[in-house]
Design a protein around this ligand. Structure first.
Ligand SMILES: [Zn+2]
Ligand SMILES: [Zn+2]
Length: 251
């Protein structure tokens, strides 16, 4: 499995960090994990063909995780008209929290009023599905009260990857420990230095990765100004690394 960090930042893009987007290549699948505003530009910049992506996971409906979803689909739709051979072979698989399809319909009402739609297959809410050899579990995440958020766990041939998206400091720790136990790779947010109702803290990341025996943890959703303090926090924890845009991690 290979993880490419497309955007390791938060809502406001900076020169160093774009909003959330990650590409997981696993068992012939290319899964986009979150699609914050600027994701399309970053994919193009890195030479990643939008059509090579067969699955899009959205953890929640904040712009820094969801903003380029409609532009991505609309871009593929228009490109199909010019290059029909390029079409995605089957409906694009779309994974995320409940209400996803309803929100998609509303977005289309505003931004894409033509009657044609793009073939999407929505899977919403906490559940486990199989995709060829992959076992994919969407699990509930406590982030903000306004909508549901989900994390994703992907297992393939004994390897386990987990991405939490944004996660609040009050998320039940024991539940999360069970979800990430013995994971080979955990991608988790670290946007603040102390726990808040909507965001995790570096101390919680250290505790989680130790107690659950996570082999490698990538802390992401980072604000540039906290990097020196985060480096200090994680300096005695060699299994925890800070994400950088365009970083590639292979397992
Ligand atoms: Zn965010
Ligand atoms: Zn958020």
């Amino acid at each position: 499995m290979k993880l490419t960090i497309l955007g390791s930042g938060t809502m406001m893009p900076t020169q160093k960090r774009h909003p959330s987007a990650y590409l997981l290549e696993i068992a012939h699948h290319k899964i986009l994990l979150d699609i914050g505003h600027t994701t399309i530009a970053r994919l193009i910049e890195m030479g990643i063909d939008l059509y090579s992506i067969d699955t899009i996971f959205v953890s929640h409906f904040h712009t820094d995780h969801f903003g380029d979803f409609l532009p991505f689909i609309h871009s593929c739709f228009v490109e199909d008209l010019h290059h029909p051979a390029k079409k995605h072979q089957k409906p694009l698989l779309v994974l995320g929290p409940k209400t996803f399809q309803k929100r998609w319909d509303k977005l289309r009402e505003v931004f894409w009023v033509e009657p044609e739609n793009y073939p999407l297959r929505f899977i919403e809410g906490s559940q486990t599905i199989t995709l060829d050899s992959l076992k994919i579990t969407l699990f509930p995440i406590v982030h903000v009260p306004w909508f549901e958020s989900v994390g994703i766990k992907i297992q393939d041939h004994g390897k386990t990857f987990v991405y939490t998206g944004d996660i609040g400091g009050k998320h039940p720790m024991d539940e999360l420990q069970e979800t990430v136990r013995d994971a080979d790779l955990l991608l988790i947010e670290s946007s603040y230095l102390a726990s808040t109702p909507n965001h995790f803290s570096p101390d919680q990341i250290i505790e989680l990765s130790q107690v659950a025996h996570v082999k490698k943890t990538v802390a992401t959703h980072l604000r540039d100004e906290y990097i020196p303090a985060l480096k200090q926090k994680f300096k005695n924890h060699p299994t925890i690394v800070l994400a950088k845009d365009k970083m590639r991690i292979e397992l």
